[in-house]
Design a protein around this ligand. Structure first.
Ligand SMILES: Nc1ncnc2c1ncn2[C@@H]1O[C@H](COP(=O)(O)OP(=O)(O)OP(=O)(O)O)[C@@H](O)[C@H]1O
Ligand SMILES: [Mg+2]
Length: 318
């Protein structure tokens, strides 16, 4: 769940509501203020049909000049905070603006751990190496600041937040980002106008906004909801951890179209997947293989074809 970092969320609080932290801060924290202090809006319930005309061949997008380095990871090592078990064993990865990177790799090879370390997940401790994002030392930034700086992670298993409506959650998060960018916050009506085309983009019914975040959502609905968050917030680097898992073919197409539509010459996507199918919809500039906590191989789409035919044993022999 991408926004949990922003909200420093750890476990479902009883009847939570949002309280804005001081205006100098970009953070929101949960509180147990009375429920009636929460924004309580209802959005009309009607089905929107997707009318995306996105170019689904987004790949290497030119910036009209030299693309800028967006993310540079060097020799990154990390352990599980609680046990000290080493999971990342020296990851090296550079992502330039406009590029789409895919990471594949066996179960348990460290893909999700890498993604979570990038967003500053508390379960992991970085023990070595460096990560520079947009020219800044990412590892020194708080998780919520990483998010506000334009790093987005859609989690492999999105978390439910009982008692918090999707609309409140998205509006708070979006306004936090606007404050960070020095822009005025949107009131509920303005936000409604802003979010409607995003719902259309992801092909989500408007009544999902009234439901609690991911509560009772099917697996596929949760994944669509993650992409809705991405569409609302925008991100310079969107990390999508198995966004294709559990999606039916139509949903996969919708989600892929939305991701492609969100690509600009100055942002990038890092997607983690096990299957070539997603890569046919969102065409990667590079594919990396993660093996035992490091990137062992980098290539183009042909890597995914070899994998599909021959499995990971082919990766060690090529
Ligand atoms: N918080 C944690 N506590 C204990 N073990 C963990 C934790 N996080 C990761 N691990 C272990 O680290 C290894 C790498 O996990 P990770 O989730 O990064 O794998 P993955 O490559 O994403 O796998 P998959 O393809 O199955 O999603 C696994 O053996 C996993 O059990
Ligand atoms: Mg994983």
């Amino acid at each position: 769940m991408a926004l949990l970092n922003r909200f420093n969320y750890t476990s479902p609080p009883p009847l939570p509501s949002f309280t804005k932290s001081p205006s100098t801060s970009t953070l929101f924290t949960f509180s147990t203020l009375p429920r009636n202090r929460r924004l309580n809006r209802k959005f009309p319930s009607f089905k929107l049909t997707a009318t995306l005309t996105a170019d689904t061949t987004a790949g290497s997008v030119s910036n009209g000049g030299q693309p800028k380095l967006l993310l540079e990871v060097k020799d990154l090592t990390a352990v599980i905070s609680e046990s000290g078990q080493k999971i990342l064993n020296g990851v090296n990865l550079s992502i330039y603006e406009g590029e789409i990177h895919a990471i594949m790799g066996k179960n348990g090879s460290g893909k999700s751990t890498f993604a979570k370390v990038l967003v500053g997940h508390k379960d992991y401790e970085v023990t070595g190496g460096s990560v520079v994002f947009k020219g800044e030392n990412l590892l020194e930034m708080e998780p919520e600041d990483r998010s506000l700086a334009g790093l987005f992670l859609s989690f492999q298993s999105p978390v439910e937040i009982p008692g918090v409506s999707n609309s409140d959650f998205l509006q708070m998060a979006y306004n936090a980002r606007r404050r960070k960018l020095g822009q005025p916050e949107l009131d509920p009506l303005q936000f409604y106008g802003y979010i409607m085309p995003k719902l259309e983009m992801v092909n989500i019914k408007a009544d999902f906004l009234n439901r609690n975040v991911n509560e009772g959502f099917s697996g596929g609905e949760k994944k669509r909801n993650e992409i809705l968050q991405l569409a609302v917030l925008g991100a310079e680097l969107a990390i999508l951890d198995e966004i294709d898992s559990g999606l039916d073919v139509d949903a996969l197409r919708d989600v892929s179209k939305a991701v492609n539509a969100l690509m600009t010459p100055t942002n990038s996507v890092l997607m983690i997947t096990h299957y070539r199918r997603l890569l046919e919809f969102i065409k990667p500039t590079y594919i990396h293989i993660m093996d035992e906590g490091r990137i062992s191989k980098t290539g183009d789409i042909s890597i995914a074809s070899i994998l599909e035919k021959e499995g990971y044993k082919a990766m060690s022999s090529t």
